[in-house]
Design a protein around this ligand. Structure first.
Ligand SMILES: O=CC(=O)O
Length: 310
């Protein structure tokens, strides 16, 4: 991908996944018209103030909470993202976490590797939670939420969802999903999946009071963004045995983790890998290149976040 960009542009790269600070980004972008970034790099207002020549920040992600979009817009900088291409990949990981938590896969794997398997079939060993015919509640029924719902039909699940606005009736029918209020979803679901973007409005959307409304045997899955779930509240609820477990791919302040999570075998942890398959990452990069190139060619990019700059 970098080679493709180099055919047309002078490219400065940072390929080793070490995030640059806003100050470093501002300095490295001196003279640059375009930036391409992962969610690791924070583009705050100072980056835009110090780089009036900048035309576009092309994020290689669907989320863009690493970018101060209001500041970008104020400086006429287009912000783009990569929606769509990663929906199925992220839905797959969400299901992997849901199933691993329900059936205690990580815990059982560690047990076998630790040489603890002495009796061939344990009548009471690793009893988990049934997924089939259970109720799945999805908070945030955008494209990824819908991809998660589609997968539930193979498990004969009841699918509830909560969204600001209801889906069109034909989509609800196709997904076999029913819109309910958030409290009802929390109270009825065996699996609660959060799939909303992070913003000040969704900060700690799932906090202590919400977890308290969940069924005691329920499992919470977050593959959306750290900060949407209040980690301290979740750790406390797990400590009190309020819910059966959690599958988590994203954390507040990641890669730092709330240390409490490490105390629980009924929590499955992955390091923000929702979109991490080889073919999907290639698609994300291709989309990001197309967005960036469109702006530099004076065209409206397909995935413009600050649409007022179209
Ligand atoms: O977290 C990854 C993304 O937003 O694409």
């Amino acid at each position: 991908m970098i080679a493709a960009l180099q055919e047309r542009f002078d490219v400065v790269t940072n390929v080793d996944d070490t995030p640059w600070s806003p100050d470093e980004i501002a300095a490295k972008l001196a003279g640059c018209e375009a930036a391409m970034s992962t969610v690791l790099c924070k583009f705050d207002a100072s980056v835009f103030e110090r780089n009036p020549q900048l035309k576009v920040v092309s994020n290689i992600a669907v989320g863009y909470n690493n970018i101060d979009v209001a500041a970008a817009t104020k400086h006429g900088v287009r912000v783009t993202n990569t929606p769509g291409v990663l929906d199925d990949t992220t839905a797959d990981l969400t299901w992997a976490l849901l199933m691993a938590t329900a059936r205690r896969i990580a815990e059982a794997d560690a047990w076998v590797r630790g040489g603890e398997w002495k009796i061939a079939f344990g009548m009471h060993s690793f009893l988990g939670t049934d997924i089939h015919h259970a109720t799945l509640g999805i908070i945030g029924m955008g494209r990824i939420g819908q991809a998660i719902a589609r997968r539930a039909s193979g498990f004969d699940m009841t699918v509830l969802y909560h969204n600001r606005s209801p889906l069109p009736a034909e989509d609800e029918k196709r997904l076999n999903a029913t819109r309910v209020e958030r409290d009802e979803l929390l109270a009825r679901s065996d699996f609660v999946v959060v799939m909303v973007p992070y913003s000040p409005a969704t900060h700690h959307l799932i906090g202590a009071a919400d977890i308290a409304k969940m069924k005691p045997g329920a499992i919470l899955v977050n593959t959306a963004r750290g900060g949407v779930v209040d980690d301290a509240a979740l750790v406390q609820a797990l400590r009190e045995g309020r819910i059966a477990g959690a599958g988590l791919d994203v954390f507040e302040g990641e890669p730092k983790l709330h240390a409490g999570y490490l105390d629980f075998k009924n929590v499955v942890l992955t390091p923000h890998i929702g979109s991490a398959t080889r073919s999907n990452r290639i698609k994300m990069c291709e989309t990001a290149v197309a967005n960036l190139t469109a702006v530099l060619d004076g065209k409206t990019p397909a995935n413009l976040v600050n649409k007022e700059l179209a």
